[in-house]
Each structure stands twice: as C-alpha cells, then as structure tokens.
Design a protein around this ligand. Structure first.
Ligand code: F6P
Length: 364
C-alpha cells in the first residue's frame, strides 16, 4: 500500500481538523497508510511522524485549531532542514504529502518536491539511506489545502477557517452594537487578515458597520473628516451605535499605517466622542469550525487525499480549492505566484492592480 502523510503548518485555522480527519479516513478507505507529521515542518525535521488509525481522528470534526499541532519553521526553508525532512520521510516510506497551510508552507512543500531526488542522492552518497530505499521513492507528490482565516489565496474563493472567523467577527460586532447603542458610542473594531481585507469588508457588510478600511483601498486624504461626517449624520438621523471596522495592515495614501488608535484619536478630535477600541485578535482564529468549514474542509481533505494517492509520475504539485462553489485542482506554483503578485502590487501602491489580480466574482 502507498503511504501518505498529512501536516498542518503556519497559523492554525478552524477547519484544519476536518481536513485531517477526511484525509486519514479517505486513505484508510482506499487501502493507503496515513501518517501524521506533528507540529508542522518543525516536526518533519524532528521526525515526529506517526501512523494513524481510524479512531485517532474521532471527535475532532468540531474542534478548533489543529490537533496534530502547527509551527512556523525557519529551519525548513534551508536546504539542510529539507534534507532532514527528506531523510525522515523516506525512512518512513512516505513520498506523498497533504499539506494544509498558507502560501509560505505550500511554497516550501513544492521546493521540497523539486529538490527531492537531489536530496535523496546526497543522502545515499552520505550513507544515510540505502540506495534501493531511495529508488523506491523517486518522486514526492504534494497536494495542498489552504488553511488560513485570511482568505488571501488567489484562485480559490474560500480558504479553510475564513467562514468560521467571519462568524466570530459577526458575533462580536452584534455584541458591540448593543453596548454601543446603549451609550451612543462609537466602536472601532480591528480584525485580522494580514494584507487582505476580506474579513474586514465582509464582516463590516454583514455587521452593518458605518465604515470600513481595508488594505486594498487606502482612503483618500481627508478620510478622517468624511468618516466623522458619516458618524454625525448617523447620530442626527437617530442612529445610536456606530461601528467602524479596520483591517490590520491598512495604510493611508502616504504609506502611514492606519491603526484603530489612529482612527480613535481622529474621531475624538473631530466629534468630541470617546470611541472604544476592540481588537478581536486570536478569538477570530480559535474555537469551533462553522458548518461550512466542516463540510467544505471534509470535501477538500477527501479530494486532496485521493489526489496524492493517485498521483502519476511527473505531476506538478496542486492545491485543492473551491472556485464558483466547485472543488477545483489548481497548480500550486502558479497559484502561490499569483498571490505574491497581489502583495507586490500593494507594496508598490498599485491598488487597482492588486484588486484586479486578487480576482472578483463580479464583472459586466
Ligand atoms: O494568517 C493568519 C493570521 O491570523 C493573520 O490574520 C494574523 O495577522 C496572523 O496570523 C497572526 O499571527 P500570530 O498567530 O503569529 O500572531
């Protein structure tokens, strides 16, 4: 039987466990041998690789985070770290991986695939593995699943954990709205997402916020006045609660960071109100996955497992994602490169290009 391993890497996301469960059970169902690599790439270096049975993934469908652990490993990015990983995998008879992580973890996985035969040659020459063992594993096959609440991967509509994070954000905004209304207060709500404004924008829409600032659309100069005007107009119309959502990673047109504190100060100065700040932080990432994140992740895990189990020689690494509400096989290298392009455009200040590259579901 073929052996495959699963690892979760980078920031955890609700829905990672359903992927792990689906991969393990799909593998067992088709007669393959599933292994877990604990603690992400760090565990691959330290040989934290162990076989899993059906019951090892019982009762994890509803658990947040990742039960097999995750880590950010700098050592894995170096050739020496990858050499250790290759040695540990091949000794365990593993040449198929399902990697759940963000773009960094997935790029690392593909680099390992590229270097695989060279690394095995080195290991054979150094006498660290037998030549016939290396010959039995000429290639490494990779299927990636994007696990990130940020929803920042180009080419896939929804990444694992985003929907749960959004549900958390909405719960928080709803809760803040009632206390804001009681005191006629402004709340500035800071949400995660790195350089991607998806959570902020969708959270603001679903939460009925007064205003939102996202990295992809830095506000024009004078935005503070415009924002306060909206707040004043709302008050004049009898609106008791005001919610401003700001994504982390926002800049103004001059490259200065727009933080919740800066917004708070601007509102205070212009309106005399005393806004409160709520930075939602890791509450967005933790906790139980939503129904969507459970079933979508199950489908992604099932598909990714079959993808690596049935991989043909010479196949490129892929990402299993969702596009137009359908499961989709995306080329890993190209997908990650397109995602990097968005960040480059943002850094160059070409916001239109960034938005265009990120893709939109609406066109006329
Ligand atoms: O990428 C997921 C994410 O939660 C981002 O939204 C956030 O900026 C970052 O990770 C936080 O990272 P850490 O958990 O290392 O503080």
């Amino acid at each position: 039987p073929v052996s495959l391993a699963i690892l979760t890497s980078g920031g955890d996301a609700p829905g990672m466990n359903p992927v792990v469960r689906a991969v393990v059970r799909t593998a067992l169902h088709v007669g393959a041998r599933p292994f877990a690599i604990r603690e992400g790439w760090r565990g691959a270096i330290d040989n934290l690789i162990e076989p899993l049975v059906w019951s090892d993934v019982s009762s994890i469908l509803d658990k947040g985070g990742t039960v097999i652990g995750s880590a950010r490993s700098t050592e894995f990015r170096e050739r020496d770290g990858m050499r250790k990983v290759a040695a540990n995998l091949v000794r365990a008879g593993i040449d198929r991986l399902v990697v759940i992580g963000g773009d960094g973890s997935l790029t690392g996985a593909d680099t390992l695939r590229e270097r695989w035969s060279g690394l095995l040659e080195e290991l054979v020459e150094a006498g660290e593995i037998e030549a016939d063992l290396a010959a039995r594993h000429p290639e490494l096959h990779i299927a990636g699943v994007v696990g990130s609440i940020d929803n920042d991967m180009v080419g896939t509509d929804m990444t694992v954990g985003t929907n749960s994070a959004l549900c958390r954000i909405i719960d928080a905004i709803d809760a803040l709205t009632s206390t804001a209304a009681s005191h006629q207060r402004v709340f500035v709500v800071e949400v995660m997402g790195r350089r991607c404004g998806y959570l902020a924008l969708m959270g603001a829409m679903a939460g009925g916020a007064d205003d939102v600032i996202i990295p992809e659309l830095p506000p024009e100069d004078g935005w503070e006045d415009a924002m306060c005007e909206k707040i004043r107009a709302g008050r004049a119309a009898g609106r008791r609660d005001s919610i401003i959502v700001v994504a982390e990673g926002c800049m103004d047109r001059h490259g200065e960071k727009i933080t919740a504190q800066r917004i708070q100060a601007a509102i205070k100065e212009r309106t005399g109100e005393s806004p409160r700040i709520t930075a939602l932080g890791h509450v967005q990432r933790g906790g139980t996955p939503s129904a969507y994140d459970r079933w979508m992740s199950t489908l992604l895990g099932y598909t990714a497992a079959l993808e690596v189990i049935r991989a043909e020689p010479g196949e490129e690494s892929c990402i299993i994602g969702i596009r137009n509400n359908r499961l989709q096989r995306l080329p890993l290298v190209e997908t990650v490169a397109n995602t990097k392009k968005v960040i480059d455009y943002l850094e160059e200040g070409d916001y239109e290009a960034a938005v265009r590259s990120r893709g939109t579901s609406f066109s006329r």
